[in-house]
Write a protein that binds this ligand. Structure first.
Ligand SMILES: Nc1ncnc2c1ncn2[C@@H]1O[C@H](COP(=O)(O)OP(=O)(O)O)[C@@H](O)[C@H]1O
Ligand SMILES: [Mg+2]
Length: 244
């Protein structure tokens, strides 16, 4: 049984089905990659999974409990948290304060929240920047901060929306190491990623979404050879070229 099981999720905007009859499960401790062309419905799927949108149809079960329709903060309390493709820190707060806010999800005492925030900043290489305003961070560090804020909530399942997009090669490699570290802590990861090198090297399994529907699912090697997947990416040839 998966830690998170989704059956028949759909979401439409007017006449457009952004996500359509989407079912999958996420296994405890795995890294599940979600890929698909621009506009395929990946971010909408994350919005459904994390309570930012309510599904038009379908059901989500987390650790045996029906969580369909719960709000983001309710899901966060239960251990499901996400990062945003466009990073969303509290710009006028410091890096440390941003992460402390995440920590208050589970921790009541100020002192412990600070301690936990400092620990996470240390593991993600952000200690030196703890007193900078979040708005002052360059993109690479903003992505780390986004991850730090999510980790501070002490999640069991973390959803990463394009965390390596926009990073340079060195920053990508650092981020990949950090994500592996998150998995080692026993946290289940679902990651949307456009950078094929990242998703192919990290994922235990990959699901491919196209026009809102699941078109393939398997281990990275199977996915990279799947005819439907290659077809879906025609015109986005960089995707598979970049994985070599
Ligand atoms: N809030 C919204 N209102 C209307 N259309 C939307 C909204 N969010 C996404 N869409 C549309 O739904 C489709 C899927 O978008 P999205 O989930 O952002 O794709 P991806 O993350 O795979 O690039 C796209 O056609 C997009 O234009
Ligand atoms: Mg997206």
């Amino acid at each position: 049984m998966g830690i998170l099981e989704v059956t028949g999720f759909s979401k439409h905007f007017g006449g457009l089905w952004a996500v359509r009859n989407f079912s999958f499960e996420s296994k405890k401790g795995e890294i599940l990659g979600i890929i698909g062309p621009n506009g395929a419905g990946k971010t909408t799927l994350f919005n459904l999974l994390t309570g930012f949108y309510r599904p038009d149809t379908g059901r989500a079960v987390y650790k045996g409990e029906n969580i369909t329709g719960l709000r983001p903060h309710e899901l966060c309390k239960r251990g499901i948290v996400r990062t945003f493709q466009i990073t969303q820190p509290f710009a006028n707060l410091t890096v440390l304060e941003n992460v402390e806010i995440g920590a208050y999800n589970r921790i009541r005492s100020d002192q412990q929240a600070t301690q936990e925030a400092l620990r996470i900043l240390g593991t993600l290489g952000l200690s030196e920047m703890q007193n900078e305003l979040a708005s002052a961070l360059p993109i690479g560090h903003r992505k780390n901060l986004e991850l730090a804020r999510a980790l501070a909530t002490q999640p069991e399942v973390i959803l990463l929306d394009e965390v390596v997009a926009g990073l340079n090669t060195k920053e990508v490699d650092d981020m990949l190491e950090q994500i592996k570290g998150v998995q080692k802590e026993g946290i289940t990861i679902i990651m949307i990623e456009h950078v094929m090198k990242a998703v192919m090297s990290l994922s235990d399994r990959i699901i491919v979404i196209h026009y809102g529907e699941k078109i393939a699912e398997g281990v990275p090697e199977e996915i990279s050879k799947d005819a439907k997947v290659i077809e879906a990416y025609l015109g986005e040839e960089y995707a598979f070229a970049a994985s070599k």
